[in-house]
Design a protein around this ligand. Sequence first.
Ligand SMILES: [Zn+2]
Length: 180
Amino acid sequence: MMRPITRPVVDVYQAGQACAAWPACNHGRHLQLRDMSESLHIVCPHCHTTNRVRADQLGAAPDCGQCKKPLFDGHPVALGETAFERHLARTQIPLLVDFWAPWCGPCRMMAPAYEQAAAQLEPRVRVAKVNTEEAPALGARFNIRSIPTLALFSGGREVARQAGALGQADIVRWVRAHLG
Ligand SMILES: [Zn+2]
């Protein structure tokens, strides 16, 4: 079956590319790069320092300038309230968040699939998880009514949400469908 052709919904634009719907789109801030040698702000998943990484080096296993650990290690990063704010505000790649809780059976069932999806989605997307028991203010702020809920942020704004557990392939498909 052929996939339907959809309007490109990209998070990072190179010069000459544009989102047809801007500024009526819901993509948050658009980031215009003149070329792929420009830098993006990437927040370290370990020490939460903001790093500048050339766009064309994202896939080359960059390390954090502060703590020297990998900026992408293929695992979801667990974020509390403070770290979440930092990633949301500063990172210039899309942020995928799994809102979950330890007592939630479907959340625990989805965890291995989410791990595998993280390995596939990085470094284009920062993959994170928020324990709503440890960070109840985030669950309230984003009006999370059921868990697990996946939320995709781009440019500091939520662009898509999905309630209920998904398998690995469906997580990846869902994210890519919203990022073009
Ligand atoms: Zn670091």
